[in-house]
Design a binder for this molecule. Structure first.
Ligand SMILES: NC(=O)C1=CN([C@@H]2O[C@H](COP(=O)(O)OP(=O)(O)OC[C@H]3O[C@@H](n4cnc5c(N)ncnc54)[C@H](O)[C@@H]3O)[C@@H](O)[C@H]2O)C=CC1
Ligand SMILES: O=C(O)C(=O)COP(=O)(O)O
Length: 750
């Protein structure tokens, strides 16, 4: 039976001892030092002079007066019992000459016997000992271990920075570090304990209602839809402290443009799985950090495009028709028919920068005004320009030839200050500038200056570099019409955005695949079909990690038959994330599966063989001492695991199973049945795969009851059985229950 051996290096100070602050305090008192309390968390790393270290750790020094950490003796004993005394070391950076003091301290505090290594360079020693895991209270040592490929549990209550190595796993105390290690050892031991024998580990022991934080005003119907399935926490996203507190136990966060979702926010949100942007622009969300953390980001592009487009036209017309000033003057009782000089849009040249959803709405509406339309958008096709009736031009040409310029681009490094002093200088005198996109696109200082000079005749601005905008160089200028980022706020837009965001947030929290993800590929398959396929791929990933508990160095996917690339990517991400959940301690989801794999040096490859199968198949293969292989077959309606380690199966794998690899010999099945019978495990079904009589074979037994550890140990003593695994996989989709996939597969494909 393949079994992951954990070889553990435990730090002494701060891990088995209490926090070593008393050491620094003693040195300060006795030697007149000014060491901070954490100096002896890593005294070498903190450059504590050697002479001080020798005194602190030497005979009669303050280290001999330290207390033990709570329950440290009992916890060490459990480690020794579970992992084996030959697999546990205390590895300390105390000076080697202090060995006698340390050993005496351990004895006096009734620690069980454990080997102890003294090393300035802990990693070098750990490598030589074949250490796989470590427990540390020093970030520097933890980082060094991680760099050497050793998973290190770091005792820390600080949140991890998002760029921390996936091999550094923060836990609050020693008990929890050891719990994680023991569960790791148990999970990959000979039998899966009941709680782990699930194909999809639940995040909670008890299913809990989801918690959704809403940080801005959203449509009321959307709110009610969310509240029907989850607990809602309303906050003002501009209040950082409230935001950081609210996200601590949030599953989803719904924001609009005013909430900045930074790395700091993500680091404070360990449970967060979905960030939904109730709108289009996601520039207020740190997408890179969200993706690294495996958090799905959704938005609702297009749902407010008419709103933003109409607002753009409103600003243009307000300027052309002098509406703001004429309104104020008439209200004030002045009848100034000669003062205002409105003009028609007809016959003017309007330049649209960015012809996406909003830009297109603007173009379509402006055509009715009989204007000439120039457009600059290097990312859309000539055909799209033609459809919209817009002449494609380069940016300079656009600037030099328009009466009105309007921006509809996202905020990116490329669009930052696209309209700066140089660009403004290219505009014809008297041009008008409209910005309903993002404040960052226009340099407000340069624009204000051009407006004051009259080079730019007027501007209509809905968005500001910093929002809420309580000050701006544009404030108070007579030829500027300002609105407080309400372009996308029409009733209809809020309703449409709300519907998309509420339904897809709930669907994503249920694990369904949604069409509006920003950091996962768009899916060309209907969501329910893709969900079933990715659930089975998830199960295949889980199975392959049960078969191969040590993280492999390659994860190769072969896609046979006609399969769209986005479907293959979803399947790969599902299988890989599920396997990585067992191969690493990182929080892995399909969103960050490839990133985590790359960080762990796991080479992921996807090969397409479209000539091969009429019925699509996805094969997952990992390397290792004995490479393993799992194949999912997909009839475009249902999917099932139909092959394990190149043995074909009659029925798809599902339910609680015992899988054995053995030599095909008479009597083996009977012997297993007898053992399971003795332990009162009921066998619900069986299938055997073999290549030739008497050769290598695989047997899958579906069982109704959990298999006790002792039963599996007995099964492993049966001659000719080489490996045995217990695994649980999801049942087939309800409509397929009881119907072998083979039958479904024989139907013609769609
Ligand atoms: N004022 C408001 O309330 C609203 C503002 N917006 C903002 O309007 C902008 C456009 O939104 P959508 O049309 O929904 O986005 P979109 O993604 O549909 O369209 C953006 C277009 O800009 C183009 N583009 C990107 N970089 C460019 C560059 N360097 N030069 C020229 N074109 C470039 C893209 O090819 C794309 O066609 C975004 O900044 C969005 O946040 C959107 C809705 C409401
Ligand atoms: O959808 C967008 O990109 C918008 O700019 C609208 O932002 P808001 O939701 O009104 O804060």
């Amino acid at each position: 039976m393949e079994k992951l051996t954990i070889r553990l290096a435990l730090d002494l100070d701060g891990v088995l001892t209490e926090h070593p602050a008393p050491l620094a305090q003693a040195a300060n008192r006795a030697l007149g030092m000014q060491l901070p309390d954490h100096a002896f968390v890593d005294s070498a790393g903190c450059n504590v002079p050697d002479a001080v270290r020798e005194w602190v750790y030497g005979p009669g020094g303050p280290a001999s007066l330290l207390e033990a950490a709570p329950r440290a003796q009992e916890l060490l004993q459990r480690l020794l019992d579970t992992l084996g005394a030959e697999n546990v070391w205390i590895v300390t950076a105390r000076p080697a000459r202090s060995r006698a003091v340390a050993e005496d301290w351990l004895r006096r505090h009734r620690f069980p016997a454990c080997r102890i290594e003294f090393a300035d360079d802990k990693v070098e020693v750990a490598r030589a000992l074949g250490v796989t895991h470590a427990i540390e209270d020093s970030l520097r040592h933890a980082t060094c271990y991680a760099r050497a490929g050793i998973t290190c549990f770091l005792l820390s209550s600080e949140p991890a920075p998002a760029d921390e190595s996936p091999l550094v796993v923060r836990v609050p105390d020693l008990a929890q570090a050891i719990e994680r290690i023991l569960s790791l050892a148990g999970e990959i031991g000979p039998v899966l304990p009941q709680a782990n024998a699930r194909w999809h580990e639940p995040e909670d022991a008890e299913p809990r209602r989801r918690r959704i934080v809403i940080s801005d005003l959203i449509d009321e119907k959307a709110r009610q839809r969310l509240a029907a399935e989850a607990d809602i926490v309303d906050i003002d996203g501009r209040d950082r402290a409230a935001l950081l507190k609210a996200v601590q136990d949030a599953d989803a966060l719904i924001v609009r443009s005013e909430t900045l979702v930074t790395r700091e926010v993500l680091a404070a949100a360990p449970r967060l799985r979905v960030i939904a942007r109730a709108g289009s622009g996601v520039d207020n969300i740190d997408l890179e950090a969200a993706t690294q953390a495996g958090i799905l980001v959704l938005n609702a592009p297009g749902a407010n495009a008419v709103s933003a487009g109409e607002h753009t036209i409103a600003l243009m017309l307000a300027i052309a028709r002098c509406v703001p000033e004429a309104n104020a003057s008439t209200h004030a009782g002045r009848w100034e028919r000669k003062r205002f000089k409105p003009f028609d849009l007809k016959g003017k040249t309007v330049g649209i920068v960015g012809l996406g959803r909003v830009g297109s709405v603007v173009a379509q509406r402006l055509r009715a005004f009989e204007v000439r339309l120039l457009g600059y958008d290097p990312y859309i096709t000539r055909e799209r320009f033609a459809q919209l009736g817009v002449e494609p031009v380069d940016y300079e040409t656009l600037l030099e030839n328009v009466d009105i310029i309007t921006f509809h681009v996202p905020a990116t490094p490329e669009t930052h200050h696209m309209l700066d002093a140089d660009a403004i200088a290219r505009l014809r005198p008297g041009a008008i500038v409209i910005n309903c996109a993002r404040g960052e696109v226009v340099d407000p200082v340069a624009l204000a200056e051009a407006l004051q000079r009259g080079h730019v005749a007027a501007a209509g601005i809905d968005v500001f570099p910093e929002e809420p905008a309580y000050a701006s160089p544009l404030f108070g200028l007579p030829n500027v019409v300002l609105t407080p980022h309400i372009g996308g706020s029409s009733r209809e837009a809020l309703e449409a955005v709300g519907e998309i965001i509420s339904t897809t947030t709930l669907a994503a929290l249920r694990g369904e695949i949604v069409p509006n993800a920003v950091n996962l590929p768009a899916a060309s398959l209907r969501a329910p079909e893709l969900l079933r396929l990715t659930q089975v791929a998830d199960a295949a990933g889980h199975l392959i990690a049960v078969l191969q508990p040590n993280r492999p160095s390659t994860f190769a996917v072969t896609v046979r038959g006609q399969v769209a690339p986005d479907v293959a990517e979803h399947v790969t991400a599902a299988a890989l994330s599920s396997a990585l959940r067992r191969w690493s301690d990182r929080r892995v989801t399909p969103v960050n599966a490839r990133l985590v794999a790359a960080e762990l040096n796991l080479l992921v490859s996807v090969r397409f063989d479209s000539s091969a199968a009429a019925i699509p198949e996805f094969s997952f293969e990992v390397d290792g001492e004995s490479p393993h292989h799992v194949t999912v077959r997909w009839d475009r309606k249902d999917a099932g695991i139909m092959e394990v380690d190149r043995f074909s199966l009659e029925r798809p794998l599902a339910g609680h199973m015992l899988i054995t690899h053995h030599r095909d010999r008479p009597g083996i099945v009977g012997q297993i049945g007898t053992i399971l019978g003795r332990y009162e495990v009921n066998i619900a079904g069986m299938q055997v795969g073999r290549h030739q009589r008497g050769g290598e074979a695989i047997m899958v037994l579906n069982v109704d009851d959990p298999i006790p550890e002792e039963a599996l140990a007995e099964i492993l003593t049966i001659p000719h059985i080489s490996t045995a695994y217990v695994v649980s996989l999801p049942e087939p989709a309800p409509q397929m229950a009881g119907r072998p996939v083979r039958a479904a597969l024989s139907q013609p494909a769609d």
